[in-house]
Structures are given as structure tokens and as C-alpha cells.
Design a binder for this molecule. Structure first.
Ligand code: Q9C
Ligand code: ZN
Length: 360
């Protein structure tokens, strides 16, 4: 078990977010991953390494070039054009029948985002790149034979689509890693891996992404929606009552070649450990049927009963059990950190999940 962590996450520190028309103190704060890091060190579970530096190629395979160019310069262009120095947040959003491309420095945020919970500050892009590098490093370790790696990513990623950010997410770390596992390092032309390239004659490596964050992974779903080589399975709060509201329903099953390769389990409020584990078993059965070479686990701890923005009722005992069930798949697994906002419980829950994953 190797953990990959970059202190550069702290470059992203949002001053506020909007919720129900109120400007509130953000839930997604730097101390989240520090709590987890401290708990990992306290529990002594495996080495903690910095990410390797990847070029843009494996990210460009998942996100659009114009979107990446926007993210990289959004803050400085915004400030230079007279936007608030505190953070980039849109005033006008592109929606349904008003979605013409318009990307001036004060307007692009409304073209490239879908909510008011993902402010961009001066260090956001660098932090997001470090998080993507952590996920890619974990993927590279799996390609090199590791059985379990934990990318302690911040900012999280699963709400970010191909050209859209929101929900605290800018780059989709899990999707970037999943695609990288799918194609290997060779086809992407990635250098500095220190490994010989994977021969093209190898059989395709199908990848499954299991998303156990409280919220539906709408970004990951979009990225792989028309693909049959990456299965996306998500267990989450029913979007009828919870964020992201406009995606995550059970009838979203994939399209085109991807039809049948997207599986959503929307759940009611108050989900208990037993209920969750029963649904997890259904999700794992679908993954086992797909027979992937690798598993990417988008792991959020906002399913915890004490989470300030979740409404499930899981206790700390759930996470080792969840990890244990997932480990029974016997797949090389990359855990990618997503949400979780009950600060005092994050460390114990993360250690619990990882302990469960390393059993069996
Ligand atoms: N009442 C992640 O967990 N605000 N993002 C929702 C609903 C945004 C969550 C408010 C929540 C984003 C990675
Ligand atoms: Zn979440």
C-alpha cells in the first residue's frame, strides 16, 4: 500500500462558496487531507510519496484543450479584467438553450462551470495539477505491479466533466487515472516513468471505476458515458433530493457503444451500514461480471453519518467492511480521494477503508 500526496494541494484555498443563495465558509478546506495524512502516519500504514510530474498528455486525453487553457489562466485573466481578487465565480451560466460559446475573462467561468461551489483562486490550477499527478502516479504504480495505491487528492475530481467544473472539482483525477490505466503509458507518450513501454500487443486493459462518494460522480459518468472499455458504477444519494440534482438517476445506463456500461445506485436518506453493504454487493457483482484488469475507487467519506452535507447514516465501522468487500474482487486498485467533510472523522474513516482494502 502506497500513498501519494502533494503539499501543493494547499495552493487551493477557496475563500467562500455559494449555497442556497448564501455566501458560506467552504466545506472543502485544506485541513481535510492533512487530517487524513496525520491519521495515516499515526496508523503506520505504508509509505507516503510525492507524485511524479506528468506532462499534460494524460490529462488532455480526458479534458478538452480549451478547458485546460482556461483553467490555467482563469484567475490572472479574471483579476486583470476587474474580477474580484478573492476568487473567480461566474455571474452568468451557460444553460440549455443559451449555451453559445463566450469566453471573455469575466464570462468564461459561466461557460466552463455548472455551479457556484467551485471558486478558482491563484493556486487552484497548480493544486489541481498536483492532484491529477498523484492519481497518475498511483496508476503508474499499478501498471508497474503494485496491488494497492491511495492518491490523497485535493481538490477532488469526480464532478468535473470533459469541459466543465463544479462541486469543488476542476480536473477529474479518477477519470484521468482510469484512462491512463486503460491505455498504458506508451500510447500517451508519457516520459519519465522510468519503465519500459508497454507493448502494444498486450490485450486491452478494461478498467472499472467504482464511485462511493455520497454524491453522484456526474463528471466521471460523462467522460466515459459512450465507452464500453471503462465501466462506471456509482452508489450515491438520489439526485432527486441531493446534489448534483441533474444527473445520477438509475435510468442513465450509457449510450452508443457505452450502453450498459454505466450503472447508478441512487439511495434514500438515512442509509445504514447494512443497507449500504447490500447495495455495494450488487455493485461489486456488476464489476466482477465486467472482469476488468484494474479498479479505480473514487472514495468519498461524505457517506459518514456525521457529515455536514450528507444524509446517510454510516458509522466508522462501515469503512473497513466496505474496503474488505471491495478487496474480494482481487483487483489491483487505485483509491482516489474525493469528498468527505466531517473533519474530525476523516482520518479514522480513511484508515478504516484502507485497512479493509489490505485484508483478504
Ligand atoms: N445541498 C464532493 O463531495 N454543494 N463535492 C452541494 C447541496 C456542492 C460536493 C449542496 C457539493 C459538492 C467532491
Ligand atoms: Zn461528495
Amino acid at each position: 500500500m502506497v500513498t501519494i500526496f502533494s503539499p501543493d494541494h494547499a495552493l487551493h484555498d477557496a475563500p467562500h462558496e455559494f449555497l442556497d443563495g448564501k455566501l458560506i465558509v467552504p466545506h472543502e478546506v485544506p485541513i481535510r487531507v492533512q487530517m487524513i495524512l496525520d491519521a495515516l502516519e499515526g496508523a503506520g500504514i505504508g509509505p507516503i510519496q510525492p507524485p511524479r510530474a506528468f506532462d499534460l498528455n494524460p490529462i488532455r486525453a480526458v479534458h478538452d484543450d480549451d478547458y485546460l487553457a482556461y483553467l490555467a489562466l482563469a484567475y490572472e485573466r479574471w483579476v486583470a479584467a476587474g474580477g474580484a481578487a478573492a476568487a473567480v465565480l461566474p455571474s452568468t451560466l451557460a444553460v440549455r438553450w443559451m449555451s453559445r460559446r463566450s469566453v471573455g475573462p469575466l464570462v468564461a467561468p459561466g461557460y466552463y462551470s455548472f455551479d457556484l461551489s467551485a471558486p478558482i483562486v491563484a493556486g487552484t490550477y497548480r493544486a489541481a495539477r498536483a492532484a491529477a499527478d498523484a492519481a497518475l502516479t498511483g496508476a503508474a504504480l499499478l501498471l508497474e505491479g503494485q496491488q494497492l495505491a491511495y492518491a490523497l487528492c485535493r481538490p477532488p475530481g469526480h464532478h468535473a466533466g470533459r469541459d466543465l467544473y463544479g462541486g469543488y472539482c476542476y480536473l477529474n483525477n479518477a477519470a484521468i487515472a482510469a484512462h491512463f490505466l486503460r491505455v498504458g503509458s506508451w500510447e500517451l507518450g508519457v516520459s519519465k516513468l522510468g519503465q519500459s513501454p508497454t507493448p502494444n500487443s498486450q490485450p486491452p486493459r478494461r478498467v472499472a471505476v467504482l464511485d462511493i462518494d455520497f454524491h453522484h460522480g456526474n463528471g466521471t459518468q460523462q467522460i466515459f458515458y459512450e465507452r464500453d472499455d471503462v465501466l462506471f458504477v456509482s452508489i450515491h444519494a438520489d439526485p432527486v433530493r441531493e446534489y448534483p440534482y441533474f444527473a445520477g438517476y438509475a435510468d442513465e445506463c450509457g449510450a452508443g457503444a457505452g450502453a450498459g456500461f454505466n450503472l447508478n445506485f441512487p439511495l434514500e436518506a438515512g442509509v445504514t451500514n447494512a443497507r449500504y453493504l447490500a447495495v455495494l454487493d450488487q455493485a461489486l457483482a456488476a464489476i466482477a461480471d465486467f472482469a476488468p484488469r484494474f479498479l479505480v475507487l473514487s472514495a468519498g467519506f461524505d457517506t459518514f453519518g456525521g457529515d455536514p452535507i450528507g444524509d446517510f447514516a454510516l458509522t466508522a465501522d462501515a469503512y473497513p467492511l466496505i474496503g474488505g468487500r471491495i478487496a474480494m474482487l482481487g483487483l489491483p486498485t487505485l483509491v482516489v480521494q474525493e469528498g468527505g467533510y466531517a473533519l474530525a472523522a476523516l482520518g479514522e474513516n480513511a484508515v478504516g477503508l484502507l485497512r479493509g482494502l489490505t485484508k483478504n
